[in-house]
Every structure is written in structure tokens, then in C-alpha cells.
Design a protein around this ligand. Structure first.
Ligand SMILES: NC(=O)c1ccc[n+]([C@@H]2O[C@H](COP(=O)([O-])OP(=O)(O)OC[C@H]3O[C@@H](n4cnc5c(N)ncnc54)[C@H](O)[C@@H]3O)[C@@H](O)[C@H]2O)c1
Length: 391
């Protein structure tokens, strides 16, 4: 982290809330590996060839906050997302990444935010050439009691940081002019936060990374719609055995994620799936199943019809890896947000709908092909505004 030691200047500094979690520690390993063994990381990024004016994704920096239990290497070992042999040689680089203690939950939100702003300034001072981006990777929380709060100052006075710890990180980032990625299902993009982001000239992107089953659902639903095949029902089941899966067994904490996973199908198709039965036939279940750890499995049964309303059916079985799917998206998002900030965009970015289950911002594209096209348009808009050609 010493800018005077002659090492290459990292163009992006990922500041991560929840830094020792399964996704975040995988990101830390990927950041370290990007410079040592770029062939293991860069092909998995969708931005490796984008934003040449941002510098190379080979030299990024990682720092973050977590509750004080373990180091990043202990976290990597315990999550068992990446076999030890694949990151053992990166041990020194990973150990050098700053891991700060999360603010005391007993502190008021205003005090937590101030503490985080001070820490963000120190992290930034250590790498003055880097573009910092806050990545929210905290656990899913319950609905967060921010309804009716109109301003960031009111949020600071009235919100309960113990129930909604994300707010302190997001407010601290916005007030430090640091763009925000909300990868969690937590509804941090309240009207007050969005207004504050616009006022501060800070872009924010979210909500809820679209990594596995929902990614495929958006692709397939867009294809069904394009072919005028009518979806009569869609049954989705997930099993996963990581901390996120365990946390989501609490129905109050899972509520946001379930809504994000469910609503988008009707929105893409343009009709209510199951309307002829008088109730939705889009069913989504998540089950915590410890033997699987981070190796999530998902099944989808899709009942659909075509000419003469004759029924057909499709089955999908995804054997994925939650954090391996998520980590490159986090790095891509950090690069998009840095580019968006350089280009002067602020507030919620609907253009990044490609990455999220519940894209924020005004009228985000819903169909997969529109989301891909919108990314290319936004890339050009960013390049134009910073005065670079897009090559
Ligand atoms: N993996 C995926 O594919 C995926 C997809 C979409 C969304 N998400 C979301 O991303 C988030 C992270 O997922 P994960 O699997 O890494 O979860 P995780 O439970 O492994 O990590 C969360 C981390 O946050 C830490 N933490 C808790 N409170 C904190 C606080 N106040 N300050 C700082 N750190 C704190 C925990 O100690 C933990 O290390 C979750 O909200 C999850 O729903 C993940």
C-alpha cells in the first residue's frame, strides 16, 4: 500500500464492507492473483478489455472491514471456496491487505459513519492515485425501517445501525465522494440515499448481484418472450451451504432476496405468470444444505406453451459456485463505477442492470439483450465524456 515503494500504481482500490466473507475473500484472492497469474483472473472479467484509460485490472488494491474474528487468509481457508493450493503463493500479498474492524454496533449511526469516513480517508491517502469504490458485501438483513425518511441527515439521526449496518458504510462512502456498489439484497438505495448521491456527484449501483440461477432466468425469460412462448409456471429451487444460505433461512432476512428473485420474471415477460390459476405459479425456494458449502445447486422446471397452447417443459440443473461466480462481477462493477465517476455520472445507475437482480435507477432495461446493449452504450458514453475513444 505504500505509494512510494516503486510498485505499480493500482488504478482501483476496492473498499469492501464484509471483507472476510465468502465473496469478499474470493475477491481478495482474485485481486492478488490478477498481478501474479493474470491468466487465472482476467479471462473471467467482462471488463478486462474495457476502460483502457482506467489502467490495467492486473494491479488493483483491496481493503475492507469485518467483525474482528479472523484474517483474510483464515477466512479463505474456512470458506473453502478456493483450494488452498491455488492461493498459497499469494499469502503474503493477501496478508498485506488492510482488514479493519467494523465500527462498534453500539455506536450511533452518525458516529459509525464518521469513523468510517476517517478510515476511508486514511486508506485513500495511502494510495492517492487509485479510484476507491465501496463494495457492500454485508449479510442480508431484515427490512430496514427507513420508510418516510427524506434526507441523509434524518437517516443519520433516526436509523438503527445495529439493524441496518450497511447504511454507515454507504453514507460514509457517499460523503467521501466514493462510488458505491450494493451487491447485497439490502434496500440501501432509499430516496434519501439516492438524493444524497446525486447531491455529492457519486454514482451508485445495485441491488443484489445476478450471479447464477437468476442470471439464467433472465436469459431464458428474455428468449421465451422473444419467441412468443408463453410461460405457464416456473419452479426454482436452490440449495447452498454457506453462511449466506444459513442467513437466508431467516424468512425476515430472506424477504428482500425472494422479492428480487421473484418479481423480475413477470416484469420481463410482461404478464403475471400463473394469472389463469388466480395465483402466481412462479415459485422460488432457497434451502440451507450444509454439505454443499459454497457449491450451490439449483433446479428449474419451466412449463410453457406454444401454438394451440400445447404444453412443453424444460428442466435445468445448475451446479455452480456462488463466490466464484460473484467475485469477477464485483471487480467488474468496481471498474464500471470508477469509469462512471470519472465521466461525471451520479446517483443510481440503471445502465448496469446486467449485473443485478433488482436494478436501481429509472427504467432499467429488463430483457437480457437490452441489458447487454445498454452496457455497450454506457461504455461509449463514459469514454466520450472523459474524452477517450472507446478502443
Ligand atoms: N454469492 C453470490 O452469488 C451472491 C449473489 C447475490 C448477492 N449476494 C450477497 O452478497 C453478500 C455477501 O455474501 P457472502 O456469501 O460473502 O456472505 P458472508 O456471510 O460469507 O459474508 C458477509 C461478511 O460480512 C461480515 N459482517 C457482518 N456484519 C458486518 C459489519 N457490520 N461490518 C463489516 N462486516 C460485517 C461477516 O462477518 C461476513 O464475513 C450477501 O448479502 C449475499 O446475499 C451474494
Amino acid at each position: 500500500m505504500n505509494p512510494t515503494d516503486g510498485s505499480p500504481k493500482p488504478p482501483i482500490l476496492l473498499m469492501v464492507a464484509g471483507a472476510a466473507g465468502a465473496v469478499a475473500s474470493t475477491v481478495a484472492a482474485a485481486v492478488a492473483a490478477a498481478s501474479e497469474t493474470p491468466s487465472a483472473v482476467l479471462p473471467a472479467l467482462t471488463t478486462a478489455d474495457r476502460f483502457p484509460y482506467l489502467g490495467s485490472p492486473q494491479t488493483m488494491a483491496f481493503a475492507g472491514w469485518d467483525v474482528p474474528q479472523r484474517s483474510l487468509t483464515e477466512a479463505l481457508r474456512s470458506h473453502r471456496v478456493i483450494p488452498d493450493a491455488k492461493w498459497r503463493d499469494l499469502d503474503t500479498a493477501i496478508t498485506a491487505m488492510p482488514l479493519l474492524e467494523a465500527p462498534d454496533p453500539a455506536l450511533k449511526l452518525r458516529d459509525q459513519t464518521q469513523q468510517l469516513m476517517d478510515e476511508m480517508r486514511s486508506l485513500r491517502d495511502a494510495l492517492p492515485h487509485a479510484h476507491p469504490v465501496l463494495i457492500n458485501l454485508l449479510p442480508a438483513c431484515e427490512t430496514c425501517g427507513t420508510d418516510g425518511i427524506e434526507s441523509a441527515d434524518e437517516l443519520l439521526d433516526r436509523s438503527d445501525p445495529a439493524a441496518f449496518p450497511d447504511l454507515a458504510y454507504v453514507l460514509a462512502a457517499i460523503r467521501s465522494s466514493i462510488p458505491v456498489v450494493n451487491f447485497t439484497p439490502n434496500a440501501v438505495e432509499t430516496p434519501a440515499i439516492c438524493r444524497e448521491a446525486v447531491r455529492a456527484g457519486v454514482p451508485i449501483a445495485g441491488r443484489d448481484g445476478k450471479t447464477g440461477q437468476t442470471f439464467l432466468k433472465v436469459v431464458l425469460a428474455s428468449a421465451f418472450k422473444a419467441r412468443r412462448l408463453t410461460v405457464d409456471g416456473w419452479y426454482s429451487l436452490n440449495i447452498l451451504g454457506n453462511a449466506d444460505g444459513e442467513n437466508l433461512m431467516d424468512p425476515a432476512r430472506a424477504a428482500g432476496k425472494m422479492q428480487n428473485k421473484t418479481r423480475l420474471l413477470d416484469e420481463i415477460l410482461g404478464y403475471a405468470v400463473g394469472h389463469r390459476y388466480g395465483a402466481s405459479t412462479h415459485k422460488v425456494h432457497i434451502d440451507y444444505y450444509p454439505p454443499r458449502g459454497d457449491a450451490k445447486e439449483a433446479w428449474d422446471v419451466i412449463d410453457f406453451s406454444g401454438l394451440f397452447e400445447l404444453p412443453m417443459s424444460l428442466r435445468i440443473n445448475l451446479q455452480g459456485r456462488d463466490s466464484i461466480l460473484a467475485a469477477p462481477m464485483v471487480i467488474d462493477l468496481a471498474r464500471w463505477l470508477a469509469a462512471a465517476q470519472l465521466a461525471g455520472f451520479s446517483g443510481p445507475l440503471a445502465d448496469l442492470a446486467f449485473f443485478f437482480k433488482k436494478p436501481v435507477g429509472s427504467t432499467p432495461p429488463l430483457q437480457f439483450h437490452d441489458q447487454v446493449a445498454r452496457l455497450a452504450e454506457f461504455e461509449s458514453a463514459c469514454a466520450q465524456r472523459v474524452g477517450k475513444d472507446n478502443s
